[in-house]
Design a protein around this ligand. Structure first.
Ligand SMILES: Cc1cc2nc3c(=O)[nH]c(=O)nc-3n(C[C@H](O)[C@H](O)[C@H](O)COP(=O)(O)O)c2cc1C
Length: 253
């Protein structure tokens, strides 16, 4: 049975919940899933104070002893992860953003490569997808295998036409999410991801200052690998990777 965890950035059980619940129903119609809701509102997540200890010296040194690690464990124990947030002022809710800030050290030391991630943006205005796009970028930066998500429109009360549209959107997402969960092939990296990986690792390796991330990269064997995980690069990708290594070494020396 696959474990799916949905992180919800709304304090209400309204539009965002409706969309996530629809995803749960559709997934359970297709297969066997253990589906968990994480209402971020129910967890104690302090505001990041910006000390950067998590980046520079390790996340264990964070001054806050709150629920951050409980939530990270939820991410680690999932096969599939959903970030769902209402749009507030054309962006994710503060609740969701604060959660992302608190785990942003993982952007420096990514993981979750074999887990599937998707995003649901929930909003009133029927155009723009900033919330969904931001959540997808967070998923990619954390290391997930990201399936592009969806944006749903939830006026209150929601008219029949919009409800039908929401249901159709989420049904499609559930089918794609299930397919991606069953796809055994590793996610193909974009050229941008290859460039950032290779420049970062070469920069870390050649820099005289040994940053905290250096040990993580060393432990993972990333100073000698083509990418974060085992993947066959084509000739062009290999060339770009080599060039990025050269650039990374020069820039961060
Ligand atoms: C503070 C605040 C800001 C909002 N800003 C936007 C916005 O910029 N664009 C938009 O389409 N909807 C905006 N909305 C509407 C919500 O995104 C919409 O009502 C959504 O359904 C709320 O999710 P919920 O029902 O799960 O709470 C805003 C709502 C609030 C409370």
């Amino acid at each position: 049975m696959k474990k799916i965890t949905a992180f919800i950035g709304s304090a209400r059980k309204k539009g965002t919940y409706l969309a996530v619940n629809e995803l749960e129903i559709n997934l359970k119609n297709i297969g066997n899933f253990d589906f968990e809701y994480i209402f971020l509102n129910d967890y104690n997540i302090e505001f990041c104070c910006g000390c950067k200890l998590c980046f520079d010296k390790g996340e264990k040194l964070c001054p806050y002893k709150d629920d951050r690690d409980i939530l990270i464990e939820k991410l680690e124990k999932s096969d599939g992860v959903v970030f769902a947030s209402p749009s507030y002022a054309f962006q994710v809710s503060g609740r969701m953003k604060n959660f992302i800030d608190r785990i942003a050290f993982i952007y420096h030391r990514p993981r979750f490569f074999n887990k599937i991630f998707t995003a649901i943006g929930v909003q009133f205005i029927p155009f723009g997808k900033q919330t969904q796009k931001y959540l997808e970028s967070a998923g990619r930066n954390l290391g997930f295998n990201v399936l592009n998500g969806t944006t749903v429109i939830t006026p209150e009360p929601i008219p029949e036409k919009q409800l039908k549209e929401l249901q159709a959107n989420i049904r499609k997402l559930a089918i794609q999410f299930n397919q991606r969960l069953n796809d055994k092939n590793p996610c193909k990296p974009s050229l941008f991801k290859i460039v950032t990986f290779r420049m970062t690792r070469s920069g870390l390796q050649s820099s005289s200052i040994k940053l905290y991330d250096y040990e993580y990269y060393k432990e993972k064997g990333w100073f000698h690998s083509a990418y974060y995980y085992d993947i066959q690069l084509n000739l062009f990708q290999k060339f770009i990777g080599w060039l990025s290594d050269v650039l990374g070494r020069k820039l961060f020396k």
